[in-house]
Design a protein around this ligand. Structure first.
Ligand code: AMP
Ligand code: MG
Length: 496
């Protein structure tokens, strides 16, 4: 496990006071590690979970050559480019029922969509293109090629070939694909546990009466939603007052229970509160000023917690339990041995944590210990100390925290690509920082994508996140945008 200092030393031109957005992603990618413990879940539970093994097709889909249309099946070698083809109908094949006759030259079989194509029949003419007279069907010339309207055995998935890769986040389509293979349950990585709390004495919880200078805690709800969308197990610690004892309790509780801790507020320069002090005291933390807007201040690192006997493992099981199912690629699951670097080095931990670590190490199941990055021996959590402003929280989450959490979830699915849209307005932008402006993307009169900002881009204007459907990403070196210029857009779809 690398320290903040070691990671910083690896990054060229690392300047914590003027960090580029791209460097933040690079830094976080080196800081975090995927969970390794796995559990087996049924397909209804598998949605949005991350697959823990490659899936090998146990069967072919479709399992037989079959008809893509309602029509007449025949041997396509009989087709002639210049003459109609007349065939005698010798039977009818229905989907789900085997048809056991033979079809000779000059004959055809009436066939329904999905019905198995008997050997020797490779072409289907849709019935609407034929003329039927008594038992004879006539197919016009130049309509078909041999093989038309045939679904070939294994054209979707071939038995013995990889169907899905480890690290895939299971979409509705992927769950359907697993079902098409007859697979009822799959090994997935355990859910990531993420604790979060808001800081600041001016922050009111819902239900508290308004008071002068105070604002309601909106970050609690945006962070909750963003984490839920990712499929994380959330640990909500509410608002934590600016008192060292309360902050310490919140940080240690969070670090004991969760893989990651997200806080909002209290990390700006000149911030008078105790949040930063406590982060420094309890962890290995870097405090950044990021060359971005909105956002700017952010704290990142590891926070230690004090291990208690009650660490909850839920339904997580030792990964060695699934190694027999032939659908899943052979070889040990990652969790079976602890990858180097997942366990906290003893010298990185405060004394009381180290005592707890040794205590916990002496008991419990070796398989579980080895497979859990957040478990005995690795007391602590990754810290994302986000700025307080509501839009800054969401933007830093989307730009930095989300990709890092996906990595921790074991997910290898690439982030959705940035779209290109033409700016319907001029946008002022200073080179030397990345800006994430809220925008509304729509289809312009010429059919191409266009984007317009939502207006006031203040980092507290949360309505801009509701109004817009994406972030206009104005890159570090980019300058002013003129009307009609192409800009990159990160759509919110499925994320916020
Ligand atoms: P800070 O980063 O603590 O300086 O906070 C920046 C701004 O964000 C201040 O105006 C805070 O009142 C506001 N803010 C901080 N936390 C929250 C929160 N949880 N909900 C709404 N606004 C917040
Ligand atoms: Mg504050």
């Amino acid at each position: 496990m690398k320290t903040i200092e070691q990671i910083a030393a690896e990054l060229q031109g690392y300047d914590p006071q003027a960090l580029r957005a791209a460097d933040v992603n690079e830094f976080l990618a080196r800081l975090v590690a995927p969970v390794t413990a796995t559990e087996t879940v049924g397909l209804f539970e598998a949605l949005d979970r991350v697959l823990a093994r490659d899936v090998i097709s146990p069967i072919s889909v479709p399992p037989h050559d079959n008809s893509a249309m309602d029509g007449f099946a025949f041997d396509g070698a009989q087709l002639r480019p210049d003459a109609p083809l007349s065939l005698k109908v010798v039977g009818t094949a229905f989907a789900g029922k085997a048809w056991r006759g033979t079809v000779a030259a000059g004959e055809c079989l009436k066939i329904m969509t999905g019905a198995v194509l008997p050997p020797g029949l490779d072409t289907v003419v849709p019935q609407e293109f034929t003329t039927v007279s008594g038992e004879t069907v006539t197919i016009p010339p130049k309509l078909l090629q041999p093989g038309d309207n045939r679904r070939k055995l294994g054209e979707d998935l071939l038995a013995g070939r990889p169907a899905l890769q480890q690290g895939t986040r299971l979409s509705p389509a992927a769950c359907g694909l697993l079902a098409s293979l007859g697979i009822a349950a799959v090994p997935v990585f355990r859910r990531l546990k993420v604790a979060y709390f808001s800081t600041g004495d001016e922050i009111l919880s819902l239900g508290e009466p308004p008071r002068e200078g105070a604002v309601y805690d909106s970050n609690r709800y945006t962070v909750f939603g963003l984490l839920k969308r990712l499929g994380c197990e959330v640990i909500d610690l509410g608002v934590v007052r600016d008192e060292p004892a309360l902050l310490e309790a919140a940080f240690t509780t969070a670090a004991q229970q969760a893989d990651a801790v997200i806080t909002s507020g209290g990390v700006s320069v000149g911030e008078a509160d105790h949040t930063k002090t406590m982060m420094k005291q309890l962890g290995d933390v870097a405090f950044w000023r990021i060359a971005m807007r909105p956002g700017r201040p952010m704290a990142v690192g590891r926070i230690s917690g004090i291990k208690t006997a009650s660490t909850h493992r839920g339904k997580v099981e030792a990964s060695s339990r699934f190694n027999s199912d032939k659908c899943f690629a052979d070889g040990p699951l990652q969790g079976e041995t602890a990858p180097p670097g997942l366990r906290a080095a003893a010298h990185d931990l405060p004394a009381q944590v180290e005592t707890a670590r040794r205590g916990a190490d002496s008991g419990g199941s070796a398989a579980c210990k080895a497979s859990e990055p957040h478990d005995a021996g690795s007391v602590g959590a990754i810290l994302f100390g986000l700025p307080g402003n509501p839009v800054a929280v969401m933007v830093t989450f989307l730009a930095f925290v989300r990709p890092a959490l996906l990595q921790m979830m074991g997910c290898t699915t690439a982030s959705p690509p940035l779209l290109k849209a033409r700016s319907a307005e001029a946008i002022r932008k200073k080179p030397g920082r990345t800006e994430y402006q809220r925008g509304t993307v729509s289809t312009g009169p010429d059919g191409t994508l266009q984007v317009r900002t939502t207006g006031n881009q203040g980092s507290g204007v949360l309505s801009s996140m509701v109004q817009g459907n994406g972030l206009i990403v104005l890159h570090h070196a980019q300058g002013n945008v003129a009307v009609g210029d192409e800009v990159d857009v990160m759509m919110f779809d499925g994320m916020i």
